[in-house]
Ligand binder design. Sequence first.
Ligand SMILES: C[S@@+](CC[C@H](N)C(=O)[O-])C[C@H]1O[C@@H](n2cnc3c(N)ncnc32)[C@H](O)[C@@H]1O
Length: 233
Amino acid sequence: MTAPASAPLGSGAMFDPIAHHYDLLNRLMTLGLDQRWRDRLVAALGVQSGLIADIAVGTADVAIRAAQMYPGLSVVGVDPSGQMLAVGQEKLMAHKLAQRVQLKLGIAEALPLIDASVLGAVTAFGLRNFSDRARGLAEMRRITKSGGKVAALEIGRPSGPLAPVIAVYTRLFVPVLGALISGPKQYRYLVDSAAAFPKAREVVAMFEAAGLVDVSATVLGLGAVHLFVGRVP
Ligand SMILES: C[S@@+](CC[C@H](N)C(=O)[O-])C[C@H]1O[C@@H](n2cnc3c(N)ncnc32)[C@H](O)[C@@H]1O
């Protein structure tokens, strides 16, 4: 399946045709580190029982990790890509987690969840794809109870002595790998959108503008990834 020519980059329609390769590509591109980063994201909420939300849930990797880490936790996941959700639903069945993880079609900018209905909200590699990041963060804040946390994992800009090595890896190897397994367009987008993504301090400001407090940014994977966390006052 190929994406319709009009599929907006980063949209659910762009992810539909790559849904079946998505997990494999993630593991290969991040050298298997992505699951560890997802664990950090889930742990950052500090919630071990009750309901949390995973926005841009995709193939449900974060939701599955969350449910496996904490048996008392339930997750509601939202994503506009029907195909990513279909792959996620198959995985939930295989892991016998379909009772605890519910997947819904929807977009971050208009979440199909009521105010203060979850104890925390996460998004992994989703923020970059929101068509309106400020609105998406405001929505994540709206659905989260007072005192709960909103957390995002996103590709960063590596710094330090290994930065050139990581840059070569992400600019050359990743798109070639992506193009071979999937299509060149989608994975060119991955590299371009990561390069265009705001710097960490700008994302922190975005969290604050969404009304979140005590906002922090933590560097993971030698700067390849950032973890942002804010609290709903
Ligand atoms: C890079 S994938 C991340 C999937 C998953 N969170 C993970 O960790 O693997 C980005 C996801 O964002 C979704 N997406 C695109 N536009 C969105 C929007 N406006 N609101 C919510 N999700 C969106 C895509 O359908 C895709 O599943």
